[in-house]
Design a protein around this ligand. Structure first.
Ligand SMILES: CC(C)(COP(=O)(O)OP(=O)(O)OC[C@H]1O[C@@H](n2cnc3c(N)ncnc32)[C@H](O)[C@@H]1OP(=O)(O)O)[C@@H](O)C(=O)NCCC(=O)NCCS
Length: 174
């Protein structure tokens, strides 16, 4: 299988929603409207969201997505807020999610996405990234250099709010 790493825009919304529905149970789904805002809203300093995915070259399917957006360091974004909006002053970049469709897992697509997102975030001037690890994915994130800030339950399941200083993935992670 061959994949192309592509930049994701609002035009890819339907395919992103499709991957989300393959990867997460319904209680986890973000609406198309919230995804659209996460993909298109810049902060007051002009920082853009960062979004990449993999396209399967044989069938043209979206195999993965990774989306990060400006946020604040003292609390994670609210879950399932219909009025999702960026805070006035953002000081970190938050990784909303990396998801790989089940058929395409185990090929280091998630690792490649994180590497590209981190490279872009560093170029954009960010120094720290946060995320909320759900679905018992925290060991995966620890393996990629994230450390836990504190537990943070998500839709009634155990989750962890995590952070990583932004240095390239080929050098020391913490
Ligand atoms: C977690 C997920 C993104 C991994 O995608 P992937 O492309 O298969 O991951 P990679 O191939 O890049 O794996 C990199 C490493 O992480 C390990 N890994 C993968 N999923 C893992 C998990 N859930 N827990 C712990 N380790 C995991 C791999 O074994 C691999 O280890 P290695 O470096 O020792 O070989 C994918 O399984 C997924 O979409 N899961 C459902 C959504 C999810 O949980 N996303 C994160 C929520 S915050």
């Amino acid at each position: 299988m061959h994949f192309s790493l592509i930049k994701l825009e609002s035009d890819h919304l339907d395919q992103i929603i499709e991957v989300q529905s393959l990867v997460y149970p319904a209680g986890y789904h973000e609406s198309a409207d919230v995804f659209h805002r996460k993909l298109s809203t810049s902060d007051a300093s002009g920082h853009r969201p960062i979004a990449y995915g993999h396209r399967d070259d044989e069938y043209g399917l979206l195999a993965s997505y990774g989306i990060a957006h400006p946020w604040i360091s003292h609390e994670p974004p609210p879950m399932h807020s219909q009025n999702w909006a960026l805070p006035a002053e953002c000081d970190i970049v938050h990784l909303h999610d990396i998801a790989v469709a089940p058929t395409f897992r185990g090929r280091r697509l998630a690792t490649a996405l994180l590497e590209k997102i981190i490279e872009t975030a560093i170029a954009d001037g960010w120094r720290k990234m946060t995320l909320v690890a759900v679905r018992d994915s925290w060991p995966f994130w620890e393996g990629l250099g994230f450390t836990t800030i504190r537990p943070h339950d998500y839709v009634g399941e155990r989750g962890f709010w995590m952070q990583r200083l932004l240095v390239p993935m080929t050098t020391a992670a913490h």
